[in-house]
Design a binder for this molecule. Structure first.
Ligand code: ZN
Length: 119
């Protein structure tokens, strides 16, 4: 398969490529590479069964207009937290339903969440 005929679909949550979609099907409506929807890859779907995915973002990132997928600048860390732990930290939060939440760096470090990057 030639490279120019495919577009990589990235998982919205972990940003790993979750598969290749045929360029034909995409027509001209989407870029060749990008995050197209919030359907998790298999791995993330599994994480979501076990807990809530937390993704670190830079301080001061804002939420997008309603109806758009939020895509704040990510500072590179993400963890899965079980429901008990999540509820203790955040209470009754919509992320219990969506199974993921963005956490800014300030809050991330205050909570003592692990850092995988040293930058
Ligand atoms: Zn994923």
């Amino acid at each position: 398969m030639e490279k120019s005929h495919v577009g990589m679909e990235l998982c919205y949550f972990c940003q790993e490529a979750k598969g290749v979609i045929l360029h034909k099907r995409l027509a001209k409506t989407v870029p060749h590479e990008g995050i197209y929807n919030s359907v998790p890859c298999d791995e993330c779907a599994e994480h979501m069964k076990q807990g809530i995915i937390l993704i670190s973002i830079e301080n001061g990132q804002t939420q997008p207009p309603a109806g758009e997928l939020p895509n704040p600048y990510r500072s590179g860390d993400w963890v899965v937290i079980n429901e008990d732990g999540f509820t203790k930290a955040f209470g009754d939060h919509p992320a219990l339903k969506s199974r993921m939440a963005f956490v800014d760096d300030n809050a991330w470090d205050k909570m003592g969440l692990p850092r995988h990057t040293n930058s």
